[in-house]
Design a protein around this ligand. Structure first.
Ligand SMILES: Cc1cc2nc3c(=O)[nH]c(=O)nc-3n(C[C@H](O)[C@H](O)[C@H](O)COP(=O)(O)OP(=O)(O)OC[C@H]3O[C@@H](n4cnc5c(N)ncnc54)[C@H](O)[C@@H]3O)c2cc1C
Ligand code: SF4
Length: 348
């Protein structure tokens, strides 16, 4: 009987790792601190995913179901790992609920934390109820209630989506690009226009990073087919005149002030390092990189390595990441971890 592989975090990356291991007959133990599996797309109630257009509850929910029904995956939710003793091939993890789990290798798939828009007070979140985040709009759509102004439930006639909230912002210590929010915002803008064809939707941006093939499918399509208006701007503040929200800033293409009233303002929030990362680094004896994500040990030879032998990392735990890349990294980490336990299987 081979030694189990410990997987911490049951989002897209961890679910992919558990499934990949089960497919080759390798048992794993999957731990998640949340009460249910699925990671951010399930826990935060995302709507239709980029780029597949599938509902998160179906696409990621299907991954959850597949893992929960697999006898080779032992799932423990509502707990976390407090320490990892031993060395590669022969670890023992201690869980917060007192259980001890032997493991040949460990894969950290602990993901990210959504940026808290209260850290950007000049853009109105926390002051005005109709300033919301992309996750709140995702929830409005996925719950079937539709996009509404939280203050009084009315259908917005004008919506502004502000990009790079909590990303690419040195003033608040967040230099990184969160990679997916330009594309997610273009997608949400189109979903708003589909539901509310009379609504005008504006996207305020510094740069547009609909990377790779997403340029055609999201950036150009959102403008040409859905008439989304893009404004390259530096935003100064979001205020209110009593009935409308007012977005004030400078149009950086024409170098003129621009002040436009809106019913709903949406912060396209970024992906912070997981708030648990210091505790995770201490429990697993792994290093963090300079922004606070889990550090990768090796960029090319063995992409899933951390600074500790036998402990691997996948997905947004190591930096802002998309779902499909998190899944691919989960598979890659599973195969590297498998190689770690294989000699033990051969000699057993
Ligand atoms: C608003 C928004 C919309 C997005 N929409 C899309 C999209 O449409 N398409 C796309 O490709 N990407 C999208 N993303 C990015 C997507 O959320 C990530 O790519 C994806 O969630 C990363 O998966 P993961 O498994 O690495 O991490 P996560 O999804 O963050 O999962 C991590 C898991 O680990 C658990 N965990 C955390 N800490 C611990 C701990 N200490 N102990 C035990 N368990 C722990 C968590 O409970 C969670 O279940 C979006 C991001 C945002 C902010
Ligand atoms: S993906 Fe776009 S919105 Fe997100 S941080 Fe990068 S540039 Fe800003």
């Amino acid at each position: 009987m081979s030694r189990s592989i410990l997987i911490v975090g049951g989002g897209p990356a961890g679910l992919a790792a558990a499934h990949a291991l089960a497919r080759v007959g390798q048992p794993s133990v999957l731990i998640d601190k949340a009460a249910r599996l699925g990671g951010a797309p399930i826990l935060s109630g995302y709507a239709k995913l980029v780029p597949s257009g599938e509902w998160a509850k179906d696409a990621i929910g299907g991954m959850v179901q597949r893992v929960e029904q697999d006898q080779l995956v032992e799932v423990h939710t509502g707990t976390s790992v407090t320490r990892l003793d031993g060395s590669a091939g022969d670890f023992t993890a201690e869980l917060a609920d007192g259980r001890r789990v032997p493991a040949g290798a460990a894969i950290l798939c602990t993901g990210f934390t959504h940026f808290d828009s209260l850290n950007k007070p000049e853009w109105g979140f926390g002051t005005f109820p109709d300033v919301v985040t992309t996750t709140q709009v995702e929830q409005m759509i996925s719950s079937g209630k539709g996009v509404r102004c939280p203050s009084d439930g009315r259908k917005p006639q004008r919506v502004a989506i502000l990009l790079c909230v909590g990303s690419r912002d040195r003033q608040i210590g967040r230099e990184w690009c969160s990679k997916v929010c330009c594309t997610v915002s273009a997608n949400l803008a189109m979903e708003i226009r589909e539901e509310l064809p009379e609504c005008h939707v504006y996207i305020y941006y510094m740069d547009i990073r609909t990377f790779g093939l997403y340029e055609t499918k999201y950036y150009w399509r959102s403008q040409e087919e859905f008439k989304i208006k893009y404004i390259k701007a530096r935003i100064a503040e979001v205020t209110s005149d009593g009935s409308k929200l007012i977005v004030k800033g400078e149009d950086t293409l024409v170098k003129r002030p621009v002040t436009i009233p809106f019913d709903l303002v949406v912060h396209a929030i970024g992906m912070d390092p997981n708030v648990d990362n210091k505790a995770i680094a201490a429990a697993f004896g792994v290093a963090l990189e300079s922004h606070g994500y889990l550090a990768r040990g090796n960029a090319y030879g063995n992409t899933a390595e951390t600074s500790r032998a036998g402990v691997f990392v996948a997905g947004a735990a190591a930096g802002p990441e998309t779902i499909d890349d998190s899944i691919a990294q989960g598979h890659a980490a599973a195969m590297t971890a498998l190689a770690q336990v294989l000699p033990a299987r051969v000699s057993a």
